[in-house]
Design a protein around this ligand. Structure first.
Ligand code: KIV
Length: 272
């Protein structure tokens, strides 16, 4: 794929308008420098609350505070100048009531200047999605395996494996679309169900461990780079960055221990 030319920032309505068109490319990113690289190739960047597990070593996304999301969202906006930046609302910051969700989502938009927020939940969050959208906050929905619901699921499990589980998930997709979400993430949903939902709803579906028939795809950047210690089975590793980091650190440690680094003729210009 070729790098995109610099152009105005992608908007939520533009992503919404891509339903059934050219596949939407998305990645998570949590800091400015990976944002600047991803920005040349993707349509939107998600500052996912997966950063709690990927960057901060938590077992789940549940401990992630709103202030941390805002801090990473700000870094992301400094790095990405073209892609739409979507910031995840973390557990406990939106579920209590539509007004709690608006209060916190407005903070995210004001303090990061991102273009949209993402919230987890289908039918149960439809009223909140409508409340936010009516007040100027574009919402990406997230259904299927919603990691903030992990204690109810009892683990990170594929949703909709048997047909009798399909109906509530299909209802979730329809509910968030009708409530005004501009797109919906389908996470770890059985392939035929994800394909069926994609054909049924009027907003783009963004798959992660779902179906190639989704309107777009997203992966956690560290997972696809080969940098995460534990990755879901559906992830394809497009890089071996973890191994490259280890090789470089081992080489550095060897040179320090053998007094080969720093070299005597190193003049130490701080920056060029
Ligand atoms: O937090 C996250 O990274 C996400 C993606 C898995 C979609 O929600």
């Amino acid at each position: 794929m070729s790098a995109q030319k610099s152009s105005p920032r992608v908007t939520a309505p533009e992503i919404r308008a891509r339903k059934g068109g050219e596949p939407i490319v998305a990645l998570t990113s949590y800091h400015a420098h990976t944002a600047a690289i991803a920005d040349r190739y993707v349509d939107f960047i998600l500052v996912g609350d997966s950063l709690g597990m990927v960057m901060h070593g938590f077992e789940t996304t549940l401990p992630v505070p709103l202030d941390l999301m805002i801090m990473h969202g700000r870094a992301e906006m400094r790095g990405a100048k073209h892609a739409l930046v979507v910031v995840d609302m973390p557990f406990g910051s939106y579920e209590e009531s539509p007004s709690q969700a608006f209060h916190n989502a407005a903070r995210v938009i004001k303090e990061t200047q991102c273009g949209a927020v993402k919230i987890e939940g289908g039918t149960r969050m439809a009223g909140t999605i409508r409340f936010l959208a009516d007040r100027g906050i574009p919402v990406m929905a997230h259904i299927g395996l919603t990691p903030q619901y992990i204690n109810m699921f009892g683990g990170f499990k594929t949703q909709g494996r048997s047909r009798d589980q399909w109906k509530p998930i299909e209802d979730d997709a329809v509910a968030v679309a009708e409530a005004g979400a501009f797109a919906v993430v389908l996470e770890a949903i059985a392939e035929p169900l994800a394909a069926k939902i994609t054909g049924a709803v009027r907003i783009p579906t963004i798959g992660i461990g779902a179906s190639a028939k989704c309107d777009g795809q997203i992966l956690v950047m560290e997972d696809m780079l080969g940098l995460s210690p534990r990755v879901p089975k559906f992830v394809k590793e497009f890089g071996t960055v973890g191994k490259a980091i280890e090789k470089a650190i081992a080489a550095y440690a060897d040179e320090v221990r053998s007094r080969a680094f720093p070299a005597k003729d190193n003049t130490y210009d701080v920056m060029d």
